[in-house]
Design a protein around this ligand. Structure first.
Ligand code: AMP
Ligand code: MG
Length: 414
């Protein structure tokens, strides 16, 4: 069975909303052994949507469509489906009653225009929507079965579980499992080179790299006839990839860099404090994004001005004056001041120029000093020059600091 996903909405093609529906649907289908052949996204325009219906139903046996089922003039999905099927629309009384009841249960009157949501192409079937007012539609178009759902993600998901999932064949003879291995500290091409043995396009499991926000991830997809074989082949490839990448790997699947650092701190019974200038609390925010972080993160200082670097963390005024705030001795003093005052095992300090202004020839925008103080070892600091805008410089600074601690915790410093 081959699927196609059609997403409808001006906001999607304009880039105002990211099409998360297609990603979610394809992942669910893959779990059931159904491959998605294409994602097609079109604007709220009746001719375009009609053409899109015709096209995707030619390419796939299962078509899932989301969006454009609302009551307003820009909701053209019903009309386009009818046009693609070559039929008129009819009112479904049962659906109309359901829509009325949904409004009444919320203490509101149904506006007359909502009645169009109970229309459907003649010969199609109305699908119950327990999560909202707009019902879905099931129709046959050429050889394809077409499911049409509202675009609102939680309604779409509820309706997939209710209407599509039970209709999928139980045994497809194919099981697909995938995993993601996350790395930090090397560029995508370096990572790709290290795993070159694994990345043949025709291989199964297939291995590929993606990069997002400074994190290079290796994706592995395994596809075999049985769960056991799919799982064991996936595990073997993951092991080979992780062996090739060594200490660059910080986590699997969705575990963040900060969470992996937190896990290491917890395992070792160690604590962390922070002193942040240009990132102004970003490392602290990342460390505390997950519940339970108080086990290892004690807190930190946002010391933006020189005065506060001196008064809060004891950075000597003459050092600040002589070397400037963005310098090795200031980074070292910040980390040591934070570690001692918080009585933590480790402290990370970040001081840099996030831009867009404030750079010089000697210290261009993106120059950042990152220091790590360790109760059991000398404090170290490293200089970085990050490229990108202010947000990127701050994000990479915070992640690089976290990674410095991670590498220390696993004893993998080169
Ligand atoms: P609609 O069903 O077209 O009225 O869409 C309702 C809302 O759902 C839109 O305003 C979007 O915020 C959201 N939405 C629609 N399609 C998608 C999609 N493919 N991915 C994520 N959100 C969507
Ligand atoms: Mg819409």
């Amino acid at each position: 069975m081959q699927a196609a996903i059609l997403s409808i909405g001006d906001e999607l093609v304009l880039g105002q909303t990211v099409d998360t529906n297609a990603a979610w649907l394809s992942a669910r289908l893959a779990e059931r052994g159904v491959m998605t052949r294409c994602h097609l996204t079109v604007a709220d325009h009746v001719e375009l949507v009609t053409e899109a219906f015709v096209r995707v139903s030619r390419d796939a046996d299962l078509v899932i469509v989301t969006g454009g089922l609302g009551p307003t003039d820009d909701d053209v999905t019903r009309e386009a489906l009818a046009a693609a099927m070559g039929v008129e629309q009819e009112l479904n009384e049962e659906a109309l009653t359901h829509i009325r009841q949904m409004f009444e249960s919320r203490g509101r009157m149904m506006a007359e225009r909502n009645a169009v949501q109970a229309m459907r192409p003649i010969g199609s079937e109305t699908l119950h929507n327990p999560a909202g007012t707009a019902p879905g539609i099931r129709a046959t178009l050429g050889d394809a079965v077409v499911f049409v759902f509202p675009g609102v993600p939680h309604e779409m998901r509820t309706m997939y579980d209710l209407h599509v999932s039970p209709a999928l064949p139980e045994q497809t003879g194919r099981v697909i499992l995938s995993a993601k291995i996350n790395t930090f500290g090397a560029g995508e091409s370096t990572v790709a080179e290290l795993i070159a043995d694994q990345t043949h396009r025709s291989a199964n499991p297939i291995v590929g790299t993606t990069v997002a926000d400074g994190i290079v991830s290796v994706r592995v997809r395994s596809e075999f006839a049985t769960v056991d074989e799919t799982r064991s082949q996936l595990d073997a490839t993951i092991a080979a990839v992780e062996a090739a990448l060594g200490p660059l790997v910080f986590s699997r699947d969705d575990e963040s860099l900060a969470l992996s650092v937190g896990r290491l701190l917890r395992e070792r019974g160690k604590t962390l404090a922070t002193a942040e200038s240009c990132t102004a609390g970003l490392v602290g925010k990342m460390m505390t994004d997950e519940a339970g972080s108080s086990d290892y993160y004690v807190g930190g200082w946002v010391v933006y001005s020189n005065a506060l670097k001196h008064s809060q963390l004891g950075v000597p005024s003459d050092v600040l004056e002589q070397h400037g705030a963005v310098s090795e001795p200031v980074a070292l003093a910040l980390a040591e001041g934070a570690r001692e005052r918080a009585d933590a095992d480790f402290a990370l300090a970040i001081t840099g120029i996030a831009g867009p202004g404030g750079g010089s020839d000697e210290k261009p925008v993106g120059t950042v000093w990152i220091a790590l103080a360790d109760r059991g070892a000398p404090t170290i600091a490293t200089r970085h020059v990050f490229i990108g805008d202010r947000d990127m410089v701050r994000d990479r600074s915070a992640k690089t600091a976290l990674n410095k601690l991670r590498v220390r915790l696993i004893g993998a410093e080169s």
